[in-house]
Design a protein around this ligand. Structure first.
Ligand code: KIV
Ligand code: ZN
Length: 513
């Protein structure tokens, strides 16, 4: 039968110990409520002896949150154990979590206790905790730098005193999957033995980026509880990330053959809530819950995804509560993704129009990092309005308030390139003069409008112009991250329209002769 791994969430205790995080009771209650929807088995609500605020928050959670076990942390002292119990005694399913360090470094420098004294403190504290609460967890802090035989001796004493969960912390994130797995195997063999009522747990820190890997090694070696925090928050580099361990166990159930009670669709909402309330952003490329976890930019990947999602995704984004696969349009994107993005916003372009719009998109992609739907519409609009009898190749302006503004435009028509260099009353006027010189027409500017399409310093602007040319009124749109270039494009678009209309008139006149 597939065994269950208990998910012990310590976002509100170890996670809240992260520098700069200070959640009030209301926020902790909100997170605890969301953790309950997520389906974690245990919520470590805090460390009641640490402060009055912590005590109050743990008590509020114990009283109001129904479903998961509510755990409170305590050092191996009578006062801590009593404070922990007082805070959680009203919970439907309370747990006291007693800890004391067992490594030589901690015992000597921090506790200034002999190993025998540490063992005695464990026996006394666990006995006291068990006299108050049926569910007691014991953790030998800095377990991975402890003498393994001493660690086993202390854990056995904790079990004898009534602890039913033995949690092995890699407090400073020092372990590697190999040695942590071996330590867990030893604890399973020598502390749990054959007992079904004893659960071995893993609590891994991420100082070497190995927390999730170490937790998986623990499960592989018989641990049936994993401790962690949402978004992997916690002391220093943080704890095992709940979303990562849960999805690793689920996606690779072929390897681990265990299950959790987590409702995975709640992972992303939980991550977002914790990020919002703690003020800790989620890194873009964070596994499972990062905004790029299901975003693909390379043309090859996008092409694969459009054919078959599993080519580049091992999880369904919706299964973890993310909105869906994102084909991020950028300079690495291909035509297929570009067309797909247009189709999604209801813009259908085919053939040459698609080619033109795609070419323009690629030009802009070199200048702009991300594209919004509005950007795409603007690109297509600009391309579809351009008849391109004369094509703009480059524009350059110089001068300013003290030197007369000049504009140079380089254009191409019928395979030949020409350059026009003109002065104007201002930059826009100089560009306007250069554009009409290229067409050899007289024109009047009737309207000039700049509209930023997207926020940010790399925003795309849409420039719309209206011109009177040869007695007709023509408008043009130019889209660019650069207003000078956008203006030139808009003038050229209007002039090309006028030229196309005149050609049409001439053709019609010739046909009537
Ligand atoms: O990292 C650690 O050792 C802890 C214990 C209190 C379990 O957080
Ligand atoms: Zn910890």
């Amino acid at each position: 039968m597939t065994e269950r791994v208990t998910i012990f969430d310590t976002t509100l205790r170890d996670g809240e110990q992260s520098p700069g995080i200070a959640l009030n009771t209301e926020e902790k209650l909100e997170i605890a409520g969301q953790l309950t929807r997520l389906g974690v088995d245990v919520i470590e609500a805090g460390f009641p002896a640490a402060s009055d605020g912590d005590f109050a928050a743990v008590q509020a959670i114990a009283r109001q949150i129904e479903g998961p076990v509510i755990a409170a942390l305590a050092r191996a002292t009578a006062t801590d154990v009593d404070a922990a119990w007082k805070a959680i005694e009203d919970a439907a399913r309370p747990r006291i979590h007693v800890f004391i360090a067992t490594s030589p470094i901690h015992m000597y420098h921090k506790l200034q206790m002999e190993p025998a004294e540490v063992k005695e403190a464990v026996i006394e504290a666990v006995t006291r905790a068990r006299s108050l609460c049926d569910d007691v967890e014991f953790s030998p802090e800095d377990g991975t730098r402890s003498d393994a035989d001493f660690l086993v001796e202390v854990c056995r004493a904790a079990v004898a005193a009534g602890a039913t969960t033995i949690n092995i912390p890699d407090t400073v994130g020092y372990a590697t999957p190999g040695d942590f797995g071996r330590l867990i195997a030893k604890v399973v063999a020598e502390v749990k033995g054959g007992r079904d009522d004893i659960v071995i747990s893993a609590h891994c820190h991420n100082d070497l980026g190995l927390a999730v890997a170490n937790a998986l090694a623990a499960v592989d070696n018989g641990a049936r509880q994993v401790e962690g925090a949402i978004n992997g928050i916690g002391e220093r580099a943080g704890n095992t990330s709940i979303e990562e361990i849960v999805m690793a166990l689920q996606v690779r159930s072929d390897v681990y053959d265990v299950e959790t009670g987590v409702t995975t669709t709640e992972l992303y909402p939980t991550s977002q809530l914790v990020s919002e309330l703690t003020g800790y952003p989620v890194q873009f490329n964070k596994a499972v819950v990062g905004r790029n976890a299901f975003a693909h930019e390379s043309g090859i990947h996008q092409h694969g995804i459009l054919r078959e999602r599993s080519t580049y995704e091992i999880m369904d984004p919706e299964a973890v509560g993310q909105a869906g696969t994102v084909l991020a349009l950028g300079k690495h994107s291909g035509r297929a993704a570009f067309r797909d993005a247009l189709e999604k916003i209801g813009v259908e372009v085919e053939g040459e129009a698609l080619e033109d719009a795609f070419a323009r998109f690629k030009q802009l992609a070199d200048l702009k990092v991300q594209f919004t739907d509005r950007d795409l519409v603007a690109i297509v609009d600009e391309q579809s309005s351009a008849e391109d009898l004369i094509e703009l190749l480059a524009v350059h302006v110089s001068g300013g308030t003290t030197v007369t503004p000049r504009a140079k435009v380089r254009v191409q028509t019928r395979g030949m390139e020409f350059e026009y260099d003109t002065e104007g009353d201002g930059m826009v006027d100089a560009i306007f003069e250069a554009a009409i010189a290229a067409f050899g027409v007289d024109a009047t500017l009737l309207g000039y409008n700049v509209r930023p399409l997207t926020p940010g310093s790399d925003a795309i602007a849409e420039i719309e112009v209206t011109m009177r040319i040869n007695g007709g009124v023509y408008s043009g749109i130019g889209v660019s991250t650069d207003v000078v270039e956008g203006s030139a494009r808009a003038f050229m678009a209007a002039l090309n329209r006028a030229a196309a209309a005149n050609v049409a008139k001439e053709v019609a006149a010739a046909a009537n002769e």
